[in-house]
Design a protein around this ligand. Structure first.
Ligand code: UD1
Length: 338
């Protein structure tokens, strides 16, 4: 059965392609290589023994996208990762974000509607909750006003899918709200490859440890948390990838409760920035060079998931610990720079 993975050469996309192939799916990847490289195909096939079909296509090209669905009429499901994700850049270039993340989403849904059937998995984010009023965060927590155009594209993206599914019962969709995916495949053959200076904590840590960055700045130690640093729910990317396959199977088998569903993907445990650093130092045996810096604008104090719905309804649970995730991130960083 053919499954389309957009953004399948990116960080979470590539790990999901691997898990799909492990489960026997035939994968077609669309990627425009804007934040990835064709070498990822080699990493995937080194793990699974099979290279996915690859189409280098920019999803904003509606004509080409239509041509793609004509070429592959037997696509049974779509996992949609392709999107821009830099919060700061989205503030500078809102139209780029709305076009890439929302324009493209409408094109894909139009294609699925035209096909008359569609099983659609959407990359959403815990950013939709903003600073939630209570922890852990359930899916019933209100969506708060977005802090950035990027965050807004995730909120509006969910609404576009919900509204479309409402009037097109042949379309079925699941939005997965990721907390903080980190780490790399345990084989160290695929992982996260941020372009330029990393914005996210874990690649910044590993790049500092390997000597590419001088020092990690810890953004604020005066938050109302036990050690004063922000708390997040860091989840191993392989666990995130596996959840996509389970969600897709739920739709393919018609086990969904309604034709639009939302699930949190997290571990249920919050870790502070200093705890992440400690975990890194433990698994790498290296001391990390860091200092305390001012708070970063837009950061929430804490966010960690209530995972009950995903555990009971999807039958999925994150299996890896923070230490395991940090170890895999470090092994990947060393492999990439060797
Ligand atoms: C960020 C985005 C979020 C997006 C997610 C996915 C912001 C405010 N949030 O989440 O919308 O969905 O990435 O890419 O950009 N930290 C440091 N030093 C650093 C980097 C990070 O102390 O150099 C701290 C941050 O203050 C935060 C934690 O590490 O407390 C995690 O940061 P990060 O990895 O950027 O993730 P989020 O901010 O949770």
């Amino acid at each position: 059965m053919k499954i389309l993975v957009t953004g399948g050469l990116g960080f979470i996309g590539s790990h999901t392609v691997v898990e799909l192939q492990h489960q026997g799916f035939e994968v077609v990847v669309i990627d425009n290589l804007s934040n990835s490289s064709e070498d990822v195909l080699d990493g995937i096939s080194a793990i699974t023994g099979k290279e996915p079909i690859f189409e280098n296509l920019d999803l904003r090209d509606k004509k080409k996208l239509n041509g793609f669905f004509e070429k592959y009429p037997d696509i049974r499901g779509v996992i949609h990762f392709a999107a821009s994700k830099a919060v700061g850049e989205s503030v500078e270039e809102p139209l780029l974000y709305y076009e890439n993340n929302l324009g493209v989403l409408t094109y894909l849904l139009q294609e699925l509607k035209q096909k008359g059937n569609g099983n659609f998995i959407f990359s959403s984010s815990c950013t939709v909750y903003g600073q939630a009023d209570s922890m852990p965060i359930t899916e019933a927590a209100p969506v708060k006003p977005a802090e950035s155009p990027y965050g807004n594209t995730k909120q509006v993206g969910e609404e576009i899918i919900r509204d479309t599914c409402n009037v097109n019962p042949e379309l079925k969709a699941i939005a997965l709200r990721y907390f903080n995916p980190i780490g790399a495949h345990p084989s160290a053959k695929i992982g996260e490859l941020p372009l330029g200076v990393p914005q996210n904590l874990v690649p910044y840590i590993t790049q500092t440890a390997i000597g590419i960055r001088e020092k990690l700045a810890v953004f604020g130690d005066d938050y109302p948390t036990p050690d004063g640093t922000c708390i997040r729910d860091y989840i191993h990317v392989v666990d995130v990838a596996k959840a996509h396959v389970i969600a897709l199977q739920r739709l393919l088998e018609g086990n969904n409760a309604t034709n639009y569903e939302v699930f949190n993907l997290g571990t249920g445990t919050g870790s502070s920035v200093l705890e992440v650093i400690k975990s890194f130092e433990k698994v790498s045996g290296k001391k990390l060079n860091y200092n305390i810096a001012p708070r970063r604008e837009g950061d929430v104090i804490q966010a960690y998931a209530d995972t009950k719905k995903a555990n009971t309804v999807l039958g999925w649970k994150a299996e890896s610990s923070l230490d395991e995730a940090m170890k895999s991130a470090w092994e990947w960083e060393q492999k990439v720079r060797s």
